[in-house]
Design a protein around this ligand. Sequence first.
Ligand code: SAM
Ligand code: SF4
Length: 327
Amino acid sequence: MGAAHVRSIILSMRDNFQREIYYLRLSVTDLCNLRCIYCMPEGGVEKRSHSDIMSVDEIAEVVRAAAICGISKVRVTGGEPLVRNGIVDICRVISGTPGIRELCMTTNGILLPKFAMEIKSAGVQRLNISLDSIDPDTYRKITRIGTLANALDGVRVALETGFDSVKINAVLIGGVNDGEIASLLELTRRYNVNVRFIEVMPIGECADWAEGRFISADHVLEIAPELRDAGIDGVARLYRLPDGLGTVGLISPISSHFCPTCNRIRVSADGMLKPCLHSADEINLRGLKGAELEDAIRSAILRKPQKHRLDAGEVSASLRNMNAIGG
Ligand code: SAM
Ligand code: SF4
């Protein structure tokens, strides 16, 4: 083995506030086939050269090192992860990394009819699909260029493919889709899906846009008082319609932020580790390998701040748009 030394995988690592950090959200591209109004500038983003984003080998090395540091769950995100060249290889490499027990993906679903089987075979166990509206005009208004029928096809194929779970993410936007809460809830009556309502976060170039459009996740409980408490799932409070097959999740990053139970770090497609979604702090992982990379990840975990300040009316301090972080 020469100078190489064997490092054992730790079960999880605690940050300075005693939170167990075991979850990596990994963005594989900033690019997207949609332009959601709360996430991306209207003109999209400039395509970067290949060398500006991490290669499959670099991603493999980051995930290997993260697993050594206690990461056991990876979510592949973007931009839109399914537009990234080599996405199936990326999923296969991640799911095959010792120590990684759970691989999930967040996608807008548009390309699922093409990729669902392949990514499942490559180890993706759970899918979150973004679907903010089931009205074709509103869907187009939110995504600027998307076609609802394509997204619904993606959801259908995801359900048929047999992932361990399929969740639908709907960002609540005042005056845009808040009139659709009841119809989105109805999906859980007919299908075994988890429909999650997410509070819009003011971040990046879209921060001004979000102002005045905030709807608290608790508003869903006013619209549907028949919802019954069904426990907690990670950052979501779960509910169920009395005769529902699926569940309803409420995610409140603003009105009751979940920083005290934060369990995650984020790595962007260009290899910057973000200890906190809403902080400007970033650690460049590119060019690092082996023990040096592991040390960088460990020290980033120890740099996680205690909390963000969005509940105090501040906009995110992150310098990136959401498509360049991964949500
Ligand atoms: N393209 C994929 C998708 O849309 O699911 C993955 C990337 S997207 C950035 C990840 C998640 O972030 C999506 O569920 C999206 O709705 C959410 N998101 C983006 N911008 C947001 C914002 N300003 N506030 C709240 N959620 C946001
Ligand atoms: Fe693309 Fe997802 Fe952002 Fe919408 S939320 S623009 S689908 S990255």
